[in-house]
Structures are given as structure tokens and as C-alpha cells.
Design a protein. Structure first.
Length: 438
């Protein structure tokens, strides 16, 4: 008989902590209480849970991490974070959340006709166009709903081609041993188009939970770019759950380079035919960082296309993991799905685990998946060295090229260039720190 798995300190704390009660969002109290009760039934995933097999959360969540009641943060520290992050180059409205609370004084939301942007804490009553309820079978989603304090509510009216992107900056810092929870909702109505950037900043030994739900209606599109730049002490539990209607499009790009432990769940479901989705991500990890993505693409409708590209770089003792599933349902004729996950190991103790899957229940489809892991190509490195390129620079160029396929999908030129330049600096800084010859 197998031994029962001991509950984590964080889980015990979250079970015992009362659901958030906030006078500004009292209309959420019932949903919070329901989510808290359901979470207490389910508990956190264990190493025996297949979708979490490479995420040993017992290693990372064995501390109390009580929900944070207030959001203190030194203004100088906050300003330094806001002025130096990668997505700061984007020409966009800015919505800042500090330790789970909307900071109006640090935000700059430009008005645009047909685009509604407000904080969850600013809504006096339930918003009829935003379904923020939690999934009853998803423990992390329930945990987030039980303790959520704020988030962004975004609505783009039908036919609006929004010209002003939105940058959401999620800062978690200065609250050691605590947890914070944000919940964002995006609705892009029929024929509308919107661009969203999300930055994860700050750090320290704390847990940030963030759930983003998106509905993209018929003939609409949503482009989303997110970057996790938190320090190597932070823990992030994040999820994107999206629905895409007929002839709609979702384009999601992520750079995961910060945090001690990052878990990203992404689920895209097609609710109409002739829709498309891309989900691309790059990992740049070193030290003992761990990043894990669980991706599901649900092809429930015919003539839909999906592309998933993951390029993961691990140095020193870092570990990356990817589990991806393309699920083709009965009746989803002419599905075109392709998924690839490649790992690049720069250190002898680095590790990459990959499990791409296809589950197909209809004929007349085109689906493929692939995965590979290895070191830098010595022939390519020799080619550059033979032409006078210093070894450190040559390695940086090859790593930048490896992850470049992910960044190439970013339409905003300034953001794309910032991400590419960061990839080059990331390796150059690492080789410099290790004392490698130039």
C-alpha cells in the first residue's frame, strides 16, 4: 500500500485562511467562499498527478505563504522596477498591480472609443460580460479565486480595431513568505482586435497566482505577449484559458526567464470553425530555476489551425519541462495542428523534459509533433570562431537564433528587438560570470 502524501505547509495555510472579504468587491464573496470550499476538498496536485509529474511542488511550496492582507512596497523600489523591465518599450496604456492591488497612481490608461478597461476592485457590482468563475476541477484556479484581491477587466466592443495596446504590470515584492492572487478577464467581441502585454516583476520568497481568461469572438483577434522577469526566489502559478470563435485568432508569446519556480497552464479551445491559434514560448533559465508549461489545444470545430513552438534554454542546474496536447474531437475535420518543443542544454547538470501528445478522434486531419534536446552545435560554433567571432559572442548569437523563432512572431518591433537583445545579454552575462574566456 502506498503511503499518503503529506500536505504541504502552503496548502495547510491556504485551507485554513478565510476567503478574501473586501468591501469594494463584496459581490465576489460568494464565489470566493465556494472556491475556497472546493479547494479544501481537492487540495494541491501531488507528484502522482500526471499533469504535474515534472513539477515537484513539494520542493517549492513547503512554507506557509499566507495570503497578503495589504500591499506595502517602497516607492523607490517600485519605480526602479517600472522603469527597467523589457516590456517598458511598448507604446501602450499601463495598468499596474502591486502585491495584488491596483495602483491607480502608477497606471496610465488612455481612453479609446469602444475599449473598456477597469480594475476588478473598481467594479461595484458583478460585470455581466465577464465570467470569472473558477474551474471546479482545477485546484490552482480555485485557490486563485478564493484569495483574489484584484485584476483587470477588459472589453473591446464589436468591430473595434484597438490602436492602443495595454500593458499590465504585475509587481510582487517586499512581502516575504506571503502569497498574492490576481485574476484578469479579456473579452474581444465580434470583428474586434486587441493587443495585450503582461510583465511579471519583483520577487522575493513569495507566491504569486495569476489566472487570465480570454474570450475571442467570431472574426476577432487577440495578441498577447508576456514576460516573467522576477528574481530567482519568486514562485509564479499562472494560467491562460482562452476560447476562440469562428474565423478568430489568438496569438500568445511568452518569455520565461525569472522566478525560482514557474508553472504555466495554457488551454485554448476553438468554439467556431476556421479559427487559428499560436502559443509560443522561450525559456532562458540558469542556476536552479524551474519552469514548467502544460499546454492543451482543444480542436472541437472543423477547419481550425494551431501552431505551438517552444524553445527552451537551460544552463547550470536549471530544469525546464513541457507537456503539450493537441486534442482533435469527433467532427473536427480539416484540423491542422503542429507542436514542437526543443531544449538547449548549456550546462552538464541542466535538464529538459518534454511530452508532446496527439489525441485524434477524426479522420481527414493533419497533425504533427516533435521534440528534441541537445547542446550547442559545435560546427556552427566553430564556423563563427573561425571568422573571428569571440566565443562568448558566438554562443550568445547561437542562443539568440535558437529562441529567435519565438520572438519573430511578435509584431511590435521595439518589443521584438528588446526580447532578442535580452537573449544575447543573458548568455553573455552568464559566461562572464562563469569566467569563460571572451
Amino acid at each position: 500500500m502506498s503511503k499518503p502524501i503529506r500536505r504541504l505547509a502552503a496548502e495547510e495555510t491556504w485551507r485554513e485562511a478565510l476567503p478574501v472579504r473586501d468591501a469594494q468587491t463584496a459581490w465576489l464573496d460568494a464565489a470566493r467562499a465556494e472556491a475556497h470550499a472546493r479547494f479544501a476538498e481537492l487540495g494541491l496536485p501531488t507528484p502522482r498527478t500526471e499533469n504535474w509529474r515534472w513539477s515537484d511542488i513539494h520542493r517549492y511550496l513547503n512554507a506557509p505563504y499566507a495570503p497578503l492582507a495589504e500591499a506595502p512596497l517602497d516607492n523607490d523600489v517600485l519605480q526602479a522596477l517600472l522603469q527597467s523591465h523589457l516590456l517598458g518599450v511598448a507604446d501602450a496604456s499601463v495598468m499596474v498591480f502591486v502585491n495584488g492591488r491596483f495602483s491607480q497612481q502608477h497606471s496610465r490608461i488612455m481612453e479609446e472609443e469602444g475599449v473598456e478597461i477597469l480594475a476588478l476592485s473598481e467594479a461595484p457590482v458583478a460585470i455581466d460580460w465577464a465570467d470569472i468563475a473558477a474551474d471546479a476541477d482545477d485546484a490552482v484556479d480555485l485557490l486563485n479565486m478564493a484569495h483574489v484581491t484584484d485584476g483587470a477587466l477588459i472589453r473591446v466592443r464589436a468591430g473595434v480595431d484597438a490602436s492602443i495596446p495595454l500593458l499590465i504590470v504585475n509587481v510582487a515584492a517586499g512581502a516575504q513568505g506571503h502569497s498574492v492572487a490576481l485574476r484578469h478577464f479579456i473579452r474581444v467581441e465580434e470583428g474586434a482586435h486587441f493587443t495585450l502585454f503582461e510583465a511579471q516583476l519583483g520577487g522575493g520568497d513569495m507566491v504569486a497566482s495569476q489566472i487570465t481568461r480570454a474570450i475571442v469572438h467570431d472574426d476577432a483577434s487577440l495578441t498577447r505577449v508576456q514576460v516573467n522577469e522576477r528574481d530567482e526566489a519568486a514562485i509564479l502559478l499562472a494560467a491562460l484559458k482562452a476560447e476562440v470563435g469562428a474565423h478568430g485568432a489568438l496569438h500568445d508569446t511568452a518569455l520565461l526567464t525569472g522566478g525560482r519556480y514557474t508553472r504555466q497552464n495554457t488551454q485554448v479551445a476553438f468554439t467556431g470553425d476556421h479559427a487559428e491559434a499560436t502559443a509560443n514560448a522561450a525559456y532562458l533559465l540558469r542556476g536552479r530555476q524551474h519552469a514548467d508549461t502544460r499546454l492543451k489545444v482543444l480542436h472541437t470545430q472543423p477547419h481550425c489551425t494551431s501552431r505551438e513552438t517552444f524553445r527552451c534554454v537551460m544552463d547550470e542546474h536549471a530544469r525546464g519541462a513541457f507537456q503539450g496536447l493537441i486534442h482533435v474531437f469527433p467532427g473536427a475535420a480539416k484540423t491542422d495542428g503542429e507542436m514542437s518543443a526543443h531544449g538547449l542544454l548549456l550546462g552538464e547538470d541542466a535538464e529538459f523534459d518534454s511530452k508532446p501528445e496527439l489525441e485524434i478522434y477524426h479522420d481527414d486531419v493533419v497533425c504533427a509533433h516533435g521534440s528534441a534536446v541537445g547542446a550547442l552545435d559545435e560546427q556552427q560554433l566553430f564556423y563563427l570562431r573561425a571568422r573571428g567571432v569571440p566565443e562568448r559572442t558566438a554562443r550568445a548569437m547561437l542562443v539568440a537564433a535558437f529562441v529567435g523563432e519565438v520572438f519573430d512572431a511578435v509584431d511590435d518591433e521595439r518589443v521584438r528587438e528588446a526580447l532578442t537583445a535580452f537573449a544575447e545579454r543573458w548568455l553573455a552575462d552568464g559566461t562572464k560570470a562563469s569566467g569563460e574566456a571572451a
